[in-house]
Write a protein that binds this ligand. Structure first.
Ligand code: ZN
Length: 303
């Protein structure tokens, strides 16, 4: 299958949900396309995340990508001086409107900061609790089952995949790679399809190899391939904020060039009968702090 861009939107913060999501919905409506929105619905502690990550390399990335410009000035305080505001409770209308506009709704996190930092090392019981809290809320808003999840920061291991398998997800998007596959854990093929993200994100590309806002769309479009389905992640905080006009232009260009933009659910439905078994492993990744889950051709040991 070729000529496809499956579009995934990660929503990490209160501001991204209340401002970025409606802006992206407006852009999608203009182009008559739909995407899969992964919502974070518990407390917004992303400010804590930024402070915790304040190491020299991360500080450089923050400057490179102008984090305060991307996330808004309040992000550096969010979850530091006061408990994070509950994102979902304040944005029921936004989530419903996104769904009613024809977009797919998926589960990203209860607490994005906590999940990204600790989910892989939590006890299975606490992993389940994070899923139950977030999914319980999303189901109540959506009025039905949530078919998909995406681990914050692509941080996933075998234990987490096994816990996810207890929930009624049809497919997940937890890793980086090239082609959809069914993960093998402890020699057993899981029933939940995995849809890897194939393209780099804005914050991974900006400031590296001469990428600037002026040439970003050229560079991103040049990475599209006909050899397998492309999967792109945009962030409500970036492409729904400071980068909105640039992303609008990206969609204009790819649609004019004949690319078919679909939700991850549509891609999953097209490949679910033919996708092979596969593996994932934690690994370093260009432009990202720490290790994240990457698709591999052969089995490897992991925790
Ligand atoms: Zn995220």
């Amino acid at each position: 299958m070729s000529g496809i861009i499956a579009l995934r939107i990660d929503v990490d913060t209160l501001r991204g949900t209340s401002h970025g999501v409606p802006e992206l919905c407006r852009i999608f409506k203009k182009h008559d396309v739909c995407g899969t929105f992964y919502f974070s619905v518990g407390p917004d502690n992303m400010g804590r995340h930024l402070w915790r990550m304040l190491r020299p390399s991360f500080a450089w990335k923050m400057m490179r990508t102008n984090a305060a410009g991307l996330y808004g000035p309040e992000i550096v305080l969010m979850g530091t001086a006061w408990p994070g505001i509950n994102i979902g409770k304040h944005n029921v209308g936004v989530i419903r409107e996104t769904m009613n506009a024809g977009h797919e709704i998926g589960f990203h996190a209860w607490d994005h900061h906590k999940s990204q930092a600790n989910l892989m090392t939590m006890s299975e019981k606490n992993m389940r609790r994070e899923f139950e809290r977030g999914l319980g809320f999303l189901r109540s808003v959506a009025g039905g089952e949530i078919a998909s999840s995406a681990s914050p920061g692509w941080r996933t291991n075998d234990r987490l995949l096994e816990v996810k398998a207890e929930f009624p997800f049809v497919y997940n998007s937890d890793c980086r790679g090239e082609t959809p596959f069914y993960p093998v854990v402890k020699g057993k093929k899981l029933a939940q399809l995995q849809i890897p993200v194939t393209l780099p994100t804005y914050d991974e590309m900006l400031g590296r190899d001469g990428v600037t806002d002026a040439n970003y769309n050229d560079r991103q479009i040049a990475l599209l391939t006909q050899s397998h389905p492309n999967v792109l992640t945009v962030h409500a905080e970036a492409e729904g904020g400071r980068c909105a006009a640039m992303f609008d232009e990206y969609l204009t260009r790819v649609l004019a060039a004949g690319w078919r933009v679909v939700t991850l659910g549509e891609l999953a439905a097209e490949v679910r009968d033919t996708a092979p078994a596969g593996y994932m492993q934690l690994d370093d990744f260009p432009g990202r702090e720490g290790q994240l889950a990457v698709q591999k051709q052969s089995p490897t040991q992991q925790g």
